[in-house]
Design a protein around this ligand. Structure first.
Ligand SMILES: [Zn+2]
Length: 135
């Protein structure tokens, strides 16, 4: 069993989890399926927990992934996962699209706002907290 699974659900707050989902438009960065498409959203560690002495749980290392993509990425590095997707027939265009979404998450900014990393994420934290209050 991987260390990621052993972390359970207590490793991240609900609001931080939802802030990341909102940042990524509630869509899997790998296949593009969303909550509306019936995808079960999870958080994927871009640099897998297994690759580090201690898991990197910062928002810049976390992206929204559906359960199915997260299971297939598992403990692969991004490069390993791209090779795996290519072997399954993914086009260069698709890989580039995924890579762009991941770079945006890593940088903590997008082309629309160009704002400071923490300010940018704080906006999503506010949105997530409001959303959770309404649940
Ligand atoms: Zn997916």
């Amino acid at each position: 069993m991987s260390r990621k699974r052993n972390q359970g659900s207590k490793w991240i707050t609900k609001s931080k989890r939802w802030a990341i989902y909102f940042r990524d438009n509630c869509e899997c960065v790998y296949c593009g399926r969303s909550l509306n498409d019936g995808a079960i959203l999870t958080l994927d560690h871009i640099v897998p927990c297994e690759a580090l002495p201690k898991p990197d749980n910062r928002h810049t290392n976390l992206v929204t992934a559906c359960l199915s993509c997260n299971s297939s990425k598992n403990d692969k590095t991004l490069e390993e996962y791209f090779s795996y997707l290519r072997a399954l027939g993914a086009s260069d265009k698709k890989i580039i699209k995924i890579n762009n979404k991941i770079n945006r998450a890593r940088a903590g900014r997008d082309s629309r706002t160009r704002s400071n990393n923490s300010l940018y994420f704080n906006g999503y934290m506010k949105k997530a907290k409001l959303f959770l209050q309404q649940q």
